[in-house]
Design a binder for this molecule. Sequence first.
Ligand code: AMP
Ligand code: MN
Ligand code: MN
Ligand code: MN
Length: 276
Amino acid sequence: MSPYDLHCHSKVSDGTLSPRDLVQRAHAQGVKVLALTDHDDMRGLDEARATAVECGIELIAGVEVSVTWGGNTVHIVGLRLDPGHDQIVAGLRRNRAGRTERAQKMAEALAKLGIPGALEGAYAFADNKELIGRSHFARFLVDKGHVRNIKAVFKKYLVKGKPGYVHHDWATLTDAVAWIRQAGGMAVLAHPGRYLMGKEKRHLLFEEFKAAGGEAVEVVCGSHTPDQVLIYADYAQTFGLYASVGSDFHAPGENGRELGKLPSLPEHCRPIWSAW
Ligand code: AMP
Ligand code: MN
Ligand code: MN
Ligand code: MN
């Protein structure tokens, strides 16, 4: 089991726990080094850091930036950055404004399918009103009994090609990596196994990420199978990237993910923390 968990969410984005409850839960699960990486917002970090000090664990300032690359949504995690740095603060604000616009369009699309009230319904699940996302819509749809669980709701309505999905242009890959680096952090390509793209395009993504200044990739993560762990350990080696570990925990019992319950990195990986 890895004592590191470098990817998780609080209710400042689409998790359900407060930063305080999240850090306490991580501590109880045996995590020694935790990064809070909320989507497009870093305003949970002060509370998380204060709680980490109380618990005696190390808290790493993080974020997960939404990016559009080659028509796909890609997530770039930033670790050990200064949450007050101007460029990233402004860039994340722009991503959040895009979420507000997209949410309106998503609600309109769902209304056309005969599901009224989705905007208000989704916002009722969002603690941070600037950070409305698909997970909040998913929780609303499950709550109303339209679909039985979160996984099924994404499959039926909220992924590319499905009627409740609305395309949005997030930050560019180069901007996201630059913001993270300007803020003194390291950029990590999140959960590469989740991106639906062929081998050539995936190679190109790694190449462009590396060329932009990206330094690490998630090898062990909540959505990777044991096979994918080995595949992305190889990618890390091929592209000269450090390897990261993160659960992508959002909520107790959701998607079967828990804080800190991750295997260690394969032997030949260079852990990202060896650079710290
Ligand atoms: P958004 O950034 O608002 O487009 O939402 C992306 C978030 O939706 C991810 O961070 C996950 O929390 C969640 N998500 C995306 N795809 C799925 C899926 N297939 N099943 C469950 N949750 C998902
Ligand atoms: Mn999420
Ligand atoms: Mn993600
Ligand atoms: Mn995440």
